[in-house]
Design a protein around this ligand. Structure first.
Ligand code: PDD
Length: 317
């Protein structure tokens, strides 16, 4: 026990930390897991991250998440890359240790890679090698009403970062844009925000992608709106195409959202969740719509069939 004991740290979690420039790592109790004060992620948000999850002990979409992690480093102009095979070992080991200590849960696995530890100098050539932190904790099952009634979002004045400023397709540790948006959304009575860009086009929620159904067609903001290229979003686009559900990646405004039939979010941890109110106003008839319900089912079936094809970490515990 030490002076930093903090009850907000999830007790049932496992943390692994690697060492800059080395190929080993340590799994540490969450209350003893620290980053250095000279870490660039602490000073500048100079890190990149991914949230992967497990289903029945299977790490889902690892290749897609690793590719996006790599792409975030490219967009962040990293001169040194970490050892990706080490990161994969860290992820698997942290999950296994979680399962053996706390049981077979579905896990949220957050992988953060810091550009490095250095001086307080903003110039990244003054820091050392990157290193990684992996946090695994349970994904608590979503309350039933999320799917049956839907959640409420709010519009916000805060604009999504532009490509030219901080590319939203880079999943960096600098989420202040989204932090400010969710604070404003909560103040406005929503659980999350529909963020628009500087030109007034809809982008995404603070940690999720958005879809609307308009005249029977599924619309989702195109990449040029300034969004994270969601892995769940990509699965939904594929499912629409496979099942002949008309779909368009395009630009649209908040007025299109207020007048649409259905609105929903997508993310790794939440899959698809209907959004039935915006700023207190009903979207459609304020109930999860038929397209959302059927896409949610198709997505869950797709995930379940992919999970069956892969080895489970449970067997190795
Ligand atoms: N968030 N947009 C933003 C800004 C995000 O942070 C995320 C992911 C998404 C959805 O992407 P995906 O389907 O690949 O998870 C969209 C994760 C879940 C998080 O930060 O917790």
């Amino acid at each position: 026990m030490n002076g930093f004991m903090n009850t907000h740290i999830p007790e049932k979690s496992k943390v692994a930390i690697s060492f800059p420039g080395r190929s080993d790592f340590r799994v540490v109790p969450p209350n003893e897991a620290y980053v250095r004060v000279f870490d660039r992620s602490f000073h500048f948000g100079d890190s990149v991250y991914e949230v992967v999850r497990t289903y029945d002990g299977v790490l889902f979409g690892m290749k897609e998440h690793t590719d996006r992690l790599r792409n975030s480093m490219k967009l962040g102009l990293w001169a040194h890359l970490p050892d990706f095979s080490l990161i994969e070992r860290m992820i698997k080991d942290t999950c296994r240790q979680y399962f053996s200590e706390f049981g077979r849960k579905d896990l949220y696995v957050r992988v953060t890679v810091s550009r490095g530890i250095g001086d307080t100098n903003i110039d990244p050539t003054t820091c050392g090698q990157p290193y990684a932190v992996v946090i695994a904790k349970e994904i608590p099952p979503a309350p039933d009403w999320h799917a049956t009634k839907g959640v409420e979002f709010a519009t916000v004045q805060r604009r999504r970062n532009s490509h030219e400023a901080l590319p939203p397709s880079m999943k960096s540790g600098n989420y202040l844009n989204n932090v400010l948006a969710i604070v404003e959304a909560k103040h406005n009575g929503g659980s999350d925000a529909v963020m628009v860009n500087a030109h007034g086009f809809v982008t995404e929620g603070t940690t999720n992608n958005l879809f609307i159904v308009k005249n029977g067609v599924v619309w989702t903001p195109s990449m040029d709106a300034g969004i994270l290229e969601g892995i769940t979003r990509a699965m939904i686009l594929n499912l629409c195409r496979q099942h002949k559900i008309p779909v368009e990646e395009r630009l649209f405004t908040i007025q299109d959202v207020f007048s649409c039939e259905e609105l929903f979010l997508s993310s790794t941890t939440r899959e698809i969740v209907p959004i039935t109110k915006l700023d207190g106003q009903a979207i459609g008839n304020a109930k999860p719509g038929p397209v959302t319900v059927s896409l949610r089912k198709l997505l869950r079936e797709h995930i379940a069939s992919e999970v069956k094809k892969q080895p489970s970490l449970f067997e190795m515990v």
